[in-house]
Design a binder for this molecule. Structure first.
Ligand code: ZN
Length: 479
């Protein structure tokens, strides 16, 4: 086989082998569904019972199917007529632009593309699984996980989400599907309906993040870093080379960059005495708990992990300082989320500043690289591609697992890309330069903090009851 043919093989075969495959995503996974209605848009659907019986074909706009669980089976009726009981039913679509509406009782209606598999979880509830093209799932996740005006922010989210998904294909293997649709896996609350997000996902097709060895990386992200991201080991146990704390002024001045909470000093101190056996009668211990400053991120307060404090006190982040005002302590916090990996609002700001999506990703995932699996290999870098084609064929013969193949492809591409650029040092310089230019945010943040401190003091002085303005449900991204 000559080089050209080998390259064409990669272009054609690998994406189709790996990514045109469908994934199974359990939707409405946190809801207890006792009834749902399904209706159709744009094309006809077939309904198949127990994988073999065609219950109906040519279901189209205007038709509706109602499903309820009974004795471990799904009871089906179409347009008001009962059709029978099945252990599972599958809505099968034959057209690319087809989608269906799912309207479970008590839940907001959503729409999803491709197929839908419904079974009874037990006697009481229905389980709904969207059997969907992998890239359609990624576009839906990008739409659910981030906001923004610029298409590159969705490209960034798509790359993160694709990398995560490829790494975690077997997360729900025991449950019989690949992913759930909530933050346990990745939010997937609807099919992607925004054209700009679809285009961004298509532009990022097959792009993933890999580490220096060419393995897909873990891609945690959070809402806002507060100006500095956290080391992985300060939040979880593992020290991961590409999840390092970095300065992140881009997160300043954004929607979730600061927060405030206040507690009665007694309550604050007693918590440490009761839960962590600290001697709060000791002056230095007491002082360490009520006067605690984080200019830079710390991992502990008086030896107690800040992650524990965040959880117990329901705080938006671990990046907070504590100030003492007599009978009250005020927590001045920065950011929202665990702080590891990519700051979504920082990335939004960087995109607004016109920065390249690869530089943004490698700013947050230190030393990682963006590679495109299987395609767009420059002419002079064909050698790794040849190797890849060879390995690919070997793999198919040996029937190796998909994950191994993914890693193999990632490795081949990394070696190809490594020839082209050594990204980390360039990125660091470029990011630093942009950060310097981006003084607006920093100034805004400082004045924000100053004015908030002032108003907090005033409120305390006038003894007015201060209502906490943080809305905990506003942005919850827990990875
Ligand atoms: Zn899950």
């Amino acid at each position: 086989m000559n080089k050209k043919n080998a390259y064409i093989l990669i272009m054609l075969l690998i994406p189709s082998v790996l990514f045109a495959e469908k994934v199974k995503v359990r939707v409405f996974s946190t809801a207890k569904i006792t009834y749902t209605k399904v209706s159709f848009e744009n094309a006809s659907y077939s309904l198949v019972g127990d994988n073999v019986d065609t219950i109906a074909s040519n279901l189209k706009r205007g038709d509706f199917v109602e499903l309820t669980p009974f004795a471990k089976e799904v009871v089906v009726s179409i347009n008001g007529q009962k059709k029978g009981n099945f252990s599972n039913v599958t809505f099968v679509s034959y057209q690319d632009d087809a989608y269906l509406y799912i309207s479970p009782k008590g839940e907001k209606q959503r729409s999803y593309e491709d197929n839908l598999i419904v079974s009874a979880l037990n006697n009481k509830y229905l389980q709904l699984i969207n059997h969907v093209e992998f890239e359609s799932y990624i576009a839906g996740v990008a739409q659910s996980e981030i906001y923004g005006k610029h298409s590159d922010i969705f490209r960034i989210q798509a790359i993160i989400s694709r990398t995560w998904a490829m790494r975690n294909m077997e997360k729900h293997k025991a449950d019989g599907y690949n992913f759930c649709d909530n933050v346990h896996c990745q939010a997937y609350y609807n099919r992607c309906i925004r054209e700009d997000i679809k285009q961004a996902a298509i532009a990022s097709l097959n792009e993933v993040l890999v580490d220096a060895e060419g393995n897909l990386i873990e891609t945690p992200f959070h809402s806002n870093s507060g100006g500095q991201t956290a080391n992985s080991e300060d939040v979880w146990k593992a020290e991961i080379e590409y999840l390092r704390s970095v300065q992140d002024t881009f997160s300043y001045g954004m929607k979730q960059s600061v927060w405030t909470k206040e507690f009665a000093t007694d309550k604050w101190l007693n918590y440490f005495a009761k839960n962590h056996k600290l001697n709060i009668n000791n002056d230095s211990v007491r002082n360490g708990l009520v006067n605690f400053v984080q200019d830079e991120r710390k991992a502990k307060i008086m030896g107690i992990p800040l992650t524990t404090i965040r959880k117990d006190w329901n705080l938006k982040s671990t990046f907070f300082s504590v100030y003492y005002y007599g009978d009250k302590v005020v927590l001045e916090g920065r950011g929202y989320g665990h702080g590891v990996g990519l700051s979504q609002e920082g990335a939004i700001r960087m995109v607004e500043l016109g920065m390249n999506y690869k530089d943004i990703l490698t700013h947050y995932y230190t030393g990682a690289q963006v590679v495109r699996l299987g395609g767009e290999m420059p002419e002079e870098l064909e050698q790794p591609a040849l190797q890849l084609a060879y390995n690919h064929n070997t793999n198919v013969e040996n029937n190796n697992s998909e994950n191994e193949m993914v890693n193999l492809i990632a490795k081949a591409n990394t070696s190809a890309e490594a020839v082209e650029y050594k990204r980390p040092s360039q990125t660091t310089a470029k990011v630093a330069e942009t950060a310097k230019v981006d003084e607006t945010n920093k100034t805004k943040r400082s004045s924000d903090l100053a004015s908030r401190m002032l108003s907090t003091k005033k409120q305390l002085e006038s003894e007015s009851s201060n209502k906490n303005t943080n809305n905990e449900n506003d942005w919850v991204y827990e990875w």
